[in-house]
Design a protein around this ligand. Structure first.
Ligand SMILES: [Ca+2]
Ligand SMILES: [Ca+2]
Ligand SMILES: [Ca+2]
Ligand SMILES: [Ca+2]
Length: 273
């Protein structure tokens, strides 16, 4: 209460307002698995996003919860200035991409447990760089077969070869397999193998030729049914996108028949076999 006397003017009665802040804004499918939002990579709708106060770089009080719209966008508005942390719930069928790779405006900020770092919002600030990328696991396969007629193609009646070791490698930027094997598999009774749960990226497969066999000619005819095992049993590099399954990576084996490896024929007319 202000007491005004006769003729008095009191101009000290003021009010300070703080502009509210906002935070967002996108959950997207990282199709190529590089941790960055690239042209053509779409948003993920209906993803759950939670906002907490940030206390000692950890979630404090739950401030709000929302879901992304049809374009994968979300926002928390009317926020008091202060420190906040965001939790991105992994949508069903997806895995988190690697966080904090490259430019922050277009990277993924969902780290361990789907949690972002701590963001300090000043009055009126719109922080729209808090994004999360997810991908669907990819797979590669799927067959080692006995190329009975040696034509390099899987023909009707040519059986699978069981028990063959197949190794998975990552490929480098030059399209060459690099490093040691990421995983190893063995063909089943039908000659099939698969590597599943893969992050999008470039992969090659190495087929270990079993004793008694040699590789058939690679890359002859249609790729869906050819042999991809080249020099050393290595395939070329295959690019797998989010959710992609490539089952065209096969190897044809030709059985070495005991006794055929004779150096000189009995009639002496030919040295071919
Ligand atoms: Ca990307
Ligand atoms: Ca970011
Ligand atoms: Ca064949
Ligand atoms: Ca193939």
């Amino acid at each position: 209460c202000y007491n005004l006397e006769s003729g008095e003017t009191d101009n000290t009665v003021d009010a300070g307002l703080v502009p509210l802040a906002s935070l967002g804004d996108r959950v997207w499918e990282d199709s190529n698995g590089d941790g960055q939002q690239n042209n053509g990579e779409s948003g993920i709708p209906d993803a759950t996003v939670k906002l907490y106060t940030c206390v000692n770089n950890a979630p404090g009080v739950l401030v709000g919860e929302t879901t992304t719209d049809a374009q994968g966008n979300y926002s928390f508005t009317n926020l008091q200035p202060g420190e906040y942390i965001v939790e991105f719930i992994t949508p069903n069928g997806f895995e988190r991409t690697t966080a904090n790779v490259g430019a922050d405006a277009s990277d993924s900020d969902a780290g361990t447990g789907g949690l972002s770092g701590c963001y300090e919002l000043s009055p009126g600030e719109n922080e729209d760089t808090v994004d999360a990328g997810f991908y669907k696991p990819a797979a590669i396969g799927d067959r080692v077969w006995s190329d009975l007629d040696g034509d390099g193609q899987q023909d009707a009646g040519e059986p699978g070869v069981a028990g063959v070791t197949v190794e998975l490698y990552a490929c480098d930027a030059n399209g060459q397999p690099t490093g040691s094997a990421l995983a190893s598999a063995t063909t089943d009774g039908s000659g099939n193998y698969s590597f599943t749960g893969l992050k999008p990226g470039d992969y090659a497969v190495k087929f270990i030729t079993p004793t008694g066999y040699t590789l058939t000619s690679a890359n002859v005819g249609a790729d869906g049914s050819d042999s991809d095992a080249g020099v050393g049993g290595l395939s070329g590099c295959y690019n797998l996108e989010s959710g992609e399954t490539d089952n065209t990576v096969d190897a044809g084996l030709v059985q070495l028949r005991p006794g055929i490896d004779i150096e000189k024929t009995t009639n002496g007319a030919s040295n071919s076999n």
